[in-house]
Every structure is written in structure tokens, then in C-alpha cells.
Design a protein around this ligand. Sequence first.
Ligand SMILES: [Zn+2]
Length: 358
Amino acid sequence: MTVLADSTACRVEILSGLNAKAPAAILIHGHDSCLLLDAGGALEAGADSGWVLPQIPDAVLLSHDHVDHCAALHQVPEGVPVYATAPVAAGLQDRPDIRLLPLQGSIEIAGITVTTGQAGHSLGGVWLHLALGDGVFYSGDFSLESTLFALDTPPPAALALLDASYGLYDRAQQACRAELEPWLERPLLLPVPPSGRALEMALWLNDRPDCDWTLDDPCRRQLDLLQSLPPGLLQPGVAERLARLKPQPFGDDVPIILAANPDGVGGEAGRIIAQQAQQAQRAVLYTGYMPSVAQAQVDSGRAHWLRWNVHPRLSDVLQLAEVLDARRVVPLFSRLDPLEAWQQALGSRLLMQNLIEI
Ligand SMILES: [Zn+2]
């Protein structure tokens, strides 16, 4: 058990995710308990997470189900309970002690009041607010621009640990979509993570007249999942728009294909990309984080990359810090480079250290 001074409400120990695009793992030490927020695995298949647990926590809380936030759960002893929202818990069957986090609400975990709300980033993804001192807020990954998922307004927090995956990037999603438009004129494969961007892109494609598009089984399963959610958890009007989605049956003859392909290798997307090596009739366009296999395809001219925002722009990070009324802000999951630009953006609120006491 960590011994804290009486005047200290808690100690935050960022095990991984500070000043680097690295997996998420943050220990919160209270006076009587210790919580691990996320247990992120490496973004590259087969690579090490890069962090070790200095002590066994009382519980693990998962913000969402992306590999860099949950794929190193095996590093936490099996007896430690894992808290996750129902959509995230559905993918954790191997773990013996899963307990439910609300998508919106409060719960007591190891004596700490934890409040959650949707983070606007993925199915079942939440931010976490801990009632320690004047409040500790961890965003997980978040977005203010999702047309699919809502971001619930969090309560105030003096210390904010915020997703800043895109660094100083500040381009609006509308501009990203405009840049993607010309690509829809030719046969196109969009390799996508099924949870999140895939269905957001499907809504976008479906709104376009004369656009024939399809999606593979993993993306279609996400559609089924989304349609089973209470409508209040999605952006207004989205449940009705999802019900109107009209994908073509999956097949290589459909002009626009959305297909799962997280690592640039597997799935229908991987099969089509391999085919392309022989006969390049279909453009391949990545829109998210690039594992090395995908990056190699882009570097060799066999695929292309344009960003579709699923993380916050710099102005979104600043906006959320304002909403929280945060006195100290730790930007996560990006190199803070150049540091002067971050200092200018956040002023005296910027904090860049692994150990923080409040
Ligand atoms: Zn994520």
C-alpha cells in the first residue's frame, strides 16, 4: 500500500502514455486503495506493452476496448477485478472477474467514487472521473466530432489527463471528409477498425446519392450491436439513420468496401490488399493509426493515407480542459513536440511528469 501524506488526496503514476504514442496505463494511489486505469497493449502486433506494474492494484478500470487501452490485461494478476462497460466486457470472456462500469453514472470502486460518461470515440467507450481531491479526470480516448457517439459533459476536475493522440493537429473533420470525397469516384477499399470509424463512415457513404458501398462481417456485427443500444447513447437521430443504412451484399464487385483490418494483414481487407499486389484496380485508403505493415504499403505507393478524425484536435483538448475547469492538464498519447507550442496552448496548466500528487 502506498503511504501518502495526510494533505495528499492521491498520487497519479503514469506508467505509460506520457510524451509518446504509447499504450495507456495509469495507476491512481489513494490512501486506502490503488486503481489501474487501462492496461494498454502495444499498437504493433507481437510487441511488448513497454510498462510493468509496480504493485498489484485493487481493480482495473478500462476506458474502452482498443488494443492500446486493454490488450495488456494479462499483465494484471487474475484475482484483480476488471471494470468495463457492457459492450467492452462482452469482449473479455477470458477474464475471471469482470464487473460492470455504467456507461453514464457513478459507482464506488475500492472506496473511490468513480463517475463515467461516454467519450464520443468508440462503442462502450467512457471517460472516468475520480472523486479524489478536487477531482481527477481521465478521458481515455475521446472525440468532440463523432457523428455517431455522444460525449457526455463531465463534472469539474482539477487534474485532467487528456487524450492528445493527434498532438498539435487541428484540422476539422469536415475538411477531412472533403479531402476524402474525390477518392469515392473510383473503386476503393477503406480498411477500418469495426468499432467506431467503420459505422461513422457507413453513415457518411449512405448519405451520398449513387454511392454503392458494402461492409464485411466484423463491421456488420458492430452495426447489429449499435442497433441494440438504447437510442439515448448515440448522437441524436443516429438510431434512425442506422436503421436506414443500405449496404450492398459484400463482394469484390462493390465499388466502395469498408473492411476490418487492424494490423494491415488479416481479414477481408488483407485478402483484397494481397490481391491488389497482382492487379491494382482498387485504391486502398487508410484513415487511422498506421501499424508498420500498413505504413510499408503506403511508403511503397500500394496504399494511401488520409486522416478521419477519431481523436481530439488541439482545440478539442483545450475545450475539454475548459469544461472541466482543470487547473492542471496532462496531454497523453503523443510526443509533446515542440514543447513551446504546448506551453503556449495550455500555459501554466501544462503538466508533463509521470508522478503527480494532489
Ligand atoms: Zn481508442
